[in-house]
Design a protein around this ligand. Sequence first.
Ligand code: CU
Length: 288
Amino acid sequence: MRRGRHTRTLLAALALGAGALLVAAPAAMAGAIFPESGGSPNADDISTLYEITFYIGLVIFIGVEGTLIWSLVKYRARRGGPPAEQIHGNTPLEVGWTMGAAAIVVVLAAVTFVYLDDITNPPASGPDGLQAAEAVQFAAINQTEPPGGEGLKIGVNGQQYLWRYDYPGDQPLFAYHEMVVPVNTTVLLEITSQDVAHSWWIPELGGKADALPGHVNETWFKISEPGVYSGQCAELCGDNHADMRATVRALPVAEYEAWAQQQRADIQEAQEALAEQRERREETETRQ
Ligand SMILES: [Cu+2]
């Protein structure tokens, strides 16, 4: 009798502890159990899809393990008890769990296809997004274009061990390491590599995309709040793979345009300085 009470107290304490862990888990495990999200709608959809699958799996896990443990305890061999009943087959049960499992697969597939559309297809830019991008023409290879064709297309080029970003426009505009983008604008990425296989991945902005030499992969993101999003090359690409970080900085549209103007001016200035230097060198060489 006393032993029974002790066991009950112990079980209650264990249940309480497990409950407290479950309550504390979401905060402590942000990004550890569920995919990071919050930067772009496709990342949010990926995370939601993962959570749906996770919770269905959790219910099944608790159901199966609970039944197993309950059966082990309830039907355990007792000294002097009757011999165990030998049961072979149970058609209704077997048909039930086969159909149940099939139903879960069908539900998961249906839910996935519902979300997949929003994950792969870029949405339209917001009304307060970059309007200058309207004029940009798209020639997407695999990816559907955002509705209305508005968006900012940026070339992402992986190189041992950095990322280069090329922006559209007549005047050269490019950047290394940090990609600067306007908020509320659908940004389409054309990802490639000029040496070995790399992988572009900013977890809060969506899934990974391989950066491969001779091939262009496409993905997109759309950031609603200004902020900085970090990532890391996700394909072992050589000695300094660990240093191959990437950052995306989302700015209000006016600040983005100011950045682009300054960056274009800096690039032009550097190119002119280089040309001047070469001219001077050639002049001194011809004089000698
Ligand atoms: Cu790499």
